[in-house]
Ligand binder design. Structure first.
Ligand code: SF4
Ligand code: SF4
Length: 483
């Protein structure tokens, strides 16, 4: 019987009228191709067909082979969603053998940011040695139970503000690092902090305890940041203190600067970059410090007033900002590189990346431990014991997590199931969000992939010295990679 084919449901065909060309992007495998006009027209025809055989296009063998090999065209009997459904463990997560362990060292925070749910949290701090020891013992049980399937222990120190209780980090790291060594699995750790207590002493403690990545949120230059992320202690130094801390960043640890972008943050971004230069943070430490601008979303529990609502950006404006910010970083880096005799940089492509389902929620070997030893399956619930299915003081029993592992983004609702952006959607992959709203707020990529990829393509063609060729991207959602 003749094999028939169809276009992958995850293809996005983008006409580039300015060059009489097309781009073909696949949200599932991250592939991106330049097509000549005639190839693009053919692809448009194939997308419209339910099924076709190669014989129907006798002069297109080379192109057909290429598109079939790269899974832009797939056998017509193949139902991608059914394949995902039938092998959830494999398709929901990348790195299924990683234990993602998030430890809340405290629920308290020294800041009171309006978009954070911290204000409803009780004041709990991890001081009890029994919780510390028992957490390590619980992870040991997970490894014993899961056997050779586990290859990595990946720890996130979280809060509140985790550095308010740095003692818990040093007390527990030793046990966790030893456990990983004893079980012959890899160990890695990161911390999410507001940066105020990144003192030299604390940074050295982090490095000594194998924390290799610090995520610090800085929402705009001083005036904006200090207003949006106010310290609870009146008149205490905030933004400049964080920059001074970062300027003393030791080797062996990297920093990802998160910016939650609204109009005010966007307007002050240049000033922020000036300050990063003045303080010798970036580009001076370009190999350790990177920026991660994110479109500011708000938690539903927070009522926004009209003024705050007015500050939220439209998705088009956010993408414009993001691209200008990237260009500004490139310009600044290249001036620095020129002065220091370094090779100039090029702009990388910013492409929607594959999102695994949140492993913290859905993987039975991943967990969040709160300061009292309660185990949660989501970072958003650690302030509320009623969400905890078990605790580190109970034996490890994966069936306790069944209702979380049962979350399947492919069957959650028909709209998402049939959405070509599902593989890159960081909203449906966040189980907490997905379960709150049957159809979650859609990923911004749904609206911007076509125009944004086209814009980058035209830029690359117009200034090839400025931009590298596209590379496929993939992201691992361990929980809050999308926050
Ligand atoms: S939330 Fe929206 S973008 Fe995401 S998978 Fe569902 S329909 Fe698609
Ligand atoms: S990504 Fe979503 S489900 Fe996962 S921890 Fe964060 S809020 Fe919870």
């Amino acid at each position: 019987m003749t094999q028939t084919y169809k276009s992958s449901p995850y293809n996005v065909l983008i006409p580039v009228e300015e060059r009489n060309e097309f781009l073909l992007f696949n949200t599932l495998n991250g592939g991106i191709e330049e097509l000549k006009e005639s190839e693009g027209m053919l692809m448009a025809e194939l997308i419209a067909l339910k099924a076709f055989s190669r014989e129907m296009f006798p002069n297109e063998d080379g192109l057909m082979d290429y598109l079939i090999n790269r899974e832009y065209l797939i056998p017509s009997q193949k139902n991608m969603v059914e394949i995902f459904e039938s092998n959830i463990a494999h398709h929901q997560f990348k790195n299924a053998g990683t234990i993602h362990l998030t430890i809340g060292t405290t629920i308290s925070c020294n800041m009171g940011c309006s978009y954070c749910f911290e204000f409803v949290k009780p004041n709990h701090t991890l001081k009890d040695d029994r919780v510390k020891k028992q957490t390590v013992a619980y992870v040991k049980e997970i490894i014993k139970h899961a056997g050779h399937n586990v290859h990595t222990l990946s720890v996130t120190w979280y809060g509140g503000e985790p550095l308010l209780n740095v003692r818990a980090i040093s007390d527990m790291s030793l046990g966790l690092i030893d456990l990983a060594a004893e079980c012959n699995i890899k160990y890695s750790a990161k911390i999410i902090t507001n940066g105020i207590y990144l003192t030299e002493e604390n940074m050295n403690i982090l490095v000594a305890n194998r924390v290799s990545l610090i995520q610090v949120t800085i929402d705009g230059a001083r005036d904006v940041h200090d207003r949006k992320r106010p310290l609870k202690q009146k008149n205490a130094e905030n933004y400049y203190r964080i920059l001074r801390n970062l300027s003393a960043l030791p080797k062996g640890i990297n920093v990802a600067v998160r910016l939650n972008v609204d109009r005010e943050v966007a307007d002050s971004a240049e000033l922020l970059l000036d300050d990063f230069e003045k303080f010798g943070v970036w580009p001076a430490k370009y190999d350790q410090v990177s920026f991660d601008p994110a479109w500011l979303r708000s938690y539903e529990e927070i009522q926004l007033n009209a003024q705050e609502k007015g500050l939220r950006m439209h998705v088009d404006d956010f993408f414009d900002f993001k691209q200008n910010f990237r260009l500004s970083l490139l310009g600044r880096f290249n001036r620095y590189a020129d002065f220091h005799g370094l090779r100039p940089g090029k702009l990388k492509w910013d492409i929607p990346s594959y999102q695994s389902t949140c492993a913290t929620w859905a993987s039975p070997i991943s967990l969040v431990v709160d300061p009292n030893g309660f185990i949660h399956k989501c970072w958003e619930t650690i302030h509320d014991d009623s969400f905890a299915p078990t605790s580190v003081f109970e034996p490890y029993d994966p069936s306790k997590f069944d209702k979380f592992s049962a979350f399947n983004r492919y069957t959650h609702n028909d709209v998402c199931r049939n959405c070509k952006y599902l593989p890159v959607c960081d909203k449906i992959s966040c189980s907490f969000e997905a379960l709150k709203n049957l159809v979650p707020q859609c990923t911004e990529w749904k609206y911007k992939t076509e125009s944004y990829l086209k814009e980058q393509y035209l830029r690359m063609k117009g200034s090839p010295e400025m931009m590298i060729e596209p590379r496929n991207a993939s992201a691992l959602n361990t929980g809050h990679s999308n926050k």
